[in-house]
Write a protein that binds this ligand. Sequence first.
Ligand code: GLY
Length: 406
Amino acid sequence: MTIEAPTLAHATPAQLKLFSRTLDRMAIKVAQDEPTLGVEFPHVTAPDGSWIRMPASVSAGYTGEAWSHGNWLCGFWVGLLFASYLQTKDQKYLVWARERMRMVAQRADDPNTHDIGFIFDSSAIPGFHITGDRWYADIALQAADKLRARIVTTRRGAYLASWGPMNDPRGRRSSAIDTMANLSLLYWASNHSGDASYRLAADAHAAMTAPAFVRPDDSTYHAVEYDVASGERVRGYTFQGAGDESAWSRGQAWAIYGYVHSARETGKREYLALAERLARYYLKRLDGRVVPPWDFDATGADAHIKDTAAAAAVSSALLELGRLHPNADSGARWTQHGLAMLEGLCRDEFADEASHRGLLRHSCYSKPHNEGVDSATMFGDFFFAEALCRAALPGGLRPLSAVPTL
Ligand code: GLY
């Protein structure tokens, strides 16, 4: 049984004004940058504030033993164009979004990465929701097929392998916490097509990830290597965090985000309870700040490097957690946390200066690889826009899903 989804009614008039003003400023920056990009897409900002760019076509892969994520950020730019349209109702953003989507669409066949979820959940799904054009839905379904094909079935359960072609054992045995935030594409595909296999794959992944990734203190591993036959965890490790046993803050954000959406889409109370435990851990380590360090266990000078992308993703997830929580008081508390984070990001981290082309300063793509450190990142900017839309334009960017009885 489901009840109709309420709209988010807890933001104050002052917060709504701030969010709307920030969306206006976002739309201006996006319109200034779009004509400068050619066939490339913004990735992260350089120290001078300009965008470092990459074509959409760059897939993930190994060069020898070195792994490269490729361009998993291209869809987020399309998402910003749609968010700008929602705020301004200016048709030029829809024209640009469609042109960009044509360049991103080639990646819907990419067999190399779980990030196919991020790419199309942020672009084709808002495109279909906003325009009703089936072209977008068909692209999203094609991408969902590729994500579903990443399932590895073991005696313990099934998980989605995160990195690399499925015939490469290095990728096949590994999964990342980031995959939890990619599941939204599968949930959407199930709802759209009526084919439950997408949801079953996502649910199986969420069920297997919880015991393998969540530590006794409710922090999370960045990555887990499984025994592909038994499904036992062989080791937990990191790729972008400070250490194998550390709490990489964006990983915690992806986990919160993924379990909130999994609770909504499966109706499973245990996913809601886990999302709350993960969020409580995050808040405890945040210790009153708005923005976490890139890794809660970073030490020395590194402990001062922040990740606004983690803050944006958590803010967006907590707004959704507040909307679907069955207890009104608990729901209101989660909503307040999400709104306070969003307000802090708008006030203190939005890059107003013309020389800084990103929206949010102080994100951190990968400290160990020294890439996008103290930069804007396209994923940070997108999840910031998603949170702003959830607060100020509910149901605009994505369908306002019905809330299950949890
Ligand atoms: N691949 C997702 C991230 O860098 O957080």
